[in-house]
Design a protein around this ligand. Structure first.
Ligand code: UDP
Length: 407
């Protein structure tokens, strides 16, 4: 089992020591996290790592998962799409269903807590059903809400306004809400199966198993099959590059139980990739962390061509592995990629193709970029920093209006 002390080798003793001090000052507290899937996507990824570590720090931390049915996930995926700017109409009957599923779940959640952190819109309604069961309610938004569909946001705004605080990943996502809003960047766990160091043999074994030859440079995008990740744009960019420079594209993705649109997007990707032997589309299992790790380490260039992105943990993961990353200049990707330094930002398939070729012809620069990227992640986007931010947030909520809080 990974312990907090194992992180000192990566972030230093002071960082880990500070976590213990913050937790001690807070004292024993019950801290509940609620989201809507145990696997698939960035939220589950972070929770699976942060919850055990918060327990090690002495907070009684529990991760609850809201149970829904296909209609429920259809409506919450519509919320997700609308918050990321799509023109979506949600019928009243489905809004009622959304509330009803939350009500059913609330009946099963019998705990009492000091803090509840509700992730994204799926479980947001719970506060209406069980306000008195926790002292502090916090809503954590992981979505790119820089330009939301106003009708759907109004519906959610009314719900979220009842919370004591909300958390967004960047300032551009902050909203008009009657409570304090905090900015907390997501992060990755360097000691997880997804990110730990792998030996060359371990990497090769995975490539052999997945049938990936290393005869040409590998361009990789790892993402759920979701149109916001723009896999078709990736294929378009790849075709432009391939006309001039030999390389292969690997599109690896899995499904999330709370995302019903995956199969449709996957079918579109398969169609677009048809007849192209240098494109490999891989459907990975939800627990394919080791495979993702090996693919990211085997890749020469990693892409994240999203059209909207709450943060983009896949970008962080790739940077941590010392890879040059080309990402769209949207959402949280711009917090991570600094043009010409920690990566490249692009705005179109053409721009993406240009940067792929640019890097393929400059291996030294690609290497330097990867090194800077890795150091940038060490400084800003490792799980120890998220833990510190959460502990600080809880302290602030416990001391409302205090002029002086000793952290
Ligand atoms: N992921 C995975 N397998 C896949 C696709 C994605 O394990 O087939 C992981 C990926 O490595 C990352 C997370 O799911 O840790 C995706 O987080 P991100 O913030 O990039 O996007 P989200 O899916 O939350 O929109």
């Amino acid at each position: 089992m990974v312990t907090l002390n194992d992180y000192t080798a990566i972030v230093g003793e002071e960082v880990v020591g500070q976590l213990y001090r913050l937790a001690e000052a807070l004292g024993p507290r019950r801290f509940i996290h609620i989201n809507s899937t145990r696997s698939g996507g960035g939220v589950a990824e972070i929770l699976s790592r942060a919850v055990p570590l918060l327990n090690q720090l002495g907070l009684d931390t529990v991760w609850e998962v809201l149970q829904g049915d296909p209609d429920f996930f259809d409506v919450t995926k519509s919320f997700h799409n609308a918050l990321q700017g799509q023109d979506v109409r949600v019928p009243q009957s489905l809004l009622d269903h959304y509330k009803e599923i939350n009500r059913e779940n609330a009946r099963k959640f019998t705990w009492e807590a000091d803090f509840v952190l509700v992730h994204d819109p799926q479980p947001a309604w719970l506060i209406n059903e069980m306000r008195s069961q926790a002292k502090h309610w916090i809503w954590r938004c992981h979505i790119d809400v820089s330009r939301p569909n106003i009708k759907v946001w109004k519906f959610l705004q009314e719900i979220v306004s009842q919370y004591d605080a909300s958390v967004f990943s960047m300032a551009q996502f902050a909203q008009n809400l009657p409570h304090p809003q905090y900015l907390i960047r997501p992060s990755i766990d360097p000691l997880s199966e997804k990110n730990r160091d792998l030996t060359p043999e371990e990497i090769q074994k995975v490539l052999d198993r997945l049938g990936i030859e290393r005869d040409k440079p590998i361009i990789l995008q790892v993402s759920r099959f979701d149109s916001f990740k723009d896999p078709l744009g990736v294929i378009q960019a790849f075709r432009m590059v391939r006309k001039h420079t030999p390389c292969k594209l690997v599109l690896a993705g899995g499904e999330a139980t709370d995302d019903p649109e995956g199969p449709r997007t996957l079918a579109e990707v398969m169609e677009a990739a048809q007849g192209e032997p240098d494109i490999q589309v891989l459907l990975l299992p939800p627990d394919g962390h080791h495979e993702v790790n090996a693919l990211q380490r085997a890749a020469d260039i990693i892409l994240q061509k999203s059209t909207r992105e709450g943060f983009g943990l896949t970008v962080t993961e790739a940077m941590w592995k010392g890879k040059p990353v080309i990402g769209s200049a949207v959402g949280g990707i711009v917090l991570q990629l600094r043009d010409y330094s920690t990566g490249f930002l692009v705005n179109s398939p053409e721009g993406c193709a240009f940067r792929i070729r640019y890097l393929l012809h400059r291996p030294e620069m690609a290497k330097r970029m990867g090194k800077l990227a890795q150091e940038f992640v060490r400084q800003h986007f490792l799980i120890t920093r998220t833990l510190r931010d959460y502990l600080t947030l809880l302290s602030l909520l416990e001391n409302p209006g205090s002029q002086l809080i000793e952290l």
